[in-house]
Design a protein around this ligand. Structure first.
Ligand code: ATP
Ligand code: MG
Length: 272
């Protein structure tokens, strides 16, 4: 399937009205079966590794993958599964947490701009500048007009990156409220998962509807030709991983990085 067809299925068409509550989060229709999805994930992850090698060698363009989701939607797991085989030398993942006082004393894009990928790199944002129109909006951490201005600022920022050879893809991993309940409960019940449990997540969960509304606004206003948003049904991990891997692979194939031509004649050199 081409990137175009994939986008038709999963991307947010610029200018459309979104209703996230309509999405079937247990949908698995992109793949015929779980077996096929798992095979596809393995193949795509290998292909991503190879494409990343070409991207790194070429050194002319970069890829930025933005991951956003509610708690326990599986951002970490997705990164591990999709990028597991990729050479760490050309890959960076960064988690954006609550801003530090220093970060807060700058504009909201300051800390983000420092982490964008250099030429030849893939960077993954585990949360991102979108927090500044999501959690910040839901909790009213800054004035409404400040938030209002941020959507255009984000679009301009992403356009700047895009016109400087950074390809941007943004993924919203959408889980249902019930699936989140089960996963948070697991974090309480299973000893090896307890370190992930955060009391604060229960408070955020109470604001579920406000978060969904904030996501709808952000995705509607910031899905652009140069930095599209994709909404991936994420109630089933195996499906989520395989679909994200396919998106990353198709995007890298579309970027078509090439090994540079050698600046010497290989025929004329014999290593002794
Ligand atoms: P996990 O899903 O494994 O819990 P996480 O990404 O939720 O990982 P945490 O340390 O639990 O990591 O949470 C980071 C917190 O920081 C989130 O609640 C997020 O909303 C918050 N945060 C990130 N950026 C900002 C921001 N710009 N302003 C306010 N809060 C932010
Ligand atoms: Mg958390």
């Amino acid at each position: 399937m081409s990137l175009k067809k994939f986008a038709k299925m999963f991307s947010v068409e610029p200018g459309t009205k979104l209703d996230l509550s309509k999405n079937d989060l247990r949908d698995t229709s992109y793949f015929e079966s779980r077996d096929e999805a798992e095979r596809s994930l393995r193949e795509d992850a290998e292909a991503i590794d190879e494409l990343q090698d070409r991207l790194f060698a070429e050194g002319k363009q970069s890829l930025l993958l933005v991951l956003q989701a509610t708690d326990a939607a599986g951002k970490d797991g997705t990164i591990r599964k999709v990028f597991g085989p990729v050479d760490p030398l050309g890959l960076r993942a960064h988690s954006f947490k609550k801003p530090t006082p220093e970060e807060l004393s700058h504009d909201f894009l300051w800390r983000v701009h420092k982490k964008v990928p250099a030429k030849g790199e893939i960077a993954i944002f585990n949360r991102s500048h979108y927090e500044d129109v999501l959690v910040v909006r839901v909790h009213g951490l800054v004035d409404d007009d400040v938030i209002e201005a941020r959507y255009d600022q984000i679009n301009s920022f992403e356009q700047l990156l895009s016109s400087n050879d950074t390809r941007i893809i943004k993924v919203f991993l959408q889980v249902s409220k019930e699936e989140q309940r089960e996963r948070l409960q697991e974090r309480v019940d299973i000893p090896a998962k307890r370190w992930k449990f955060n009391q604060g997540d229960l408070e955020e969960r109470k604001l579920w509807d406000q978060y969904m509304q904030a996501f709808e606004i952000a995705l509607e206003r910031c899905s652009t030709a140069w930095a599209p948003w994709y909404v991936i049904p994420a109630d089933r991990n195996w499906y989520r991983n395989a679909v994200v891997a396919r998106l990353v692979r198709l995007t890298l194939e579309d970027m078509d990085p090439k090994y540079p031509e050698p600046d010497f004649d290989p025929k004329g050199i014999k290593v002794k």
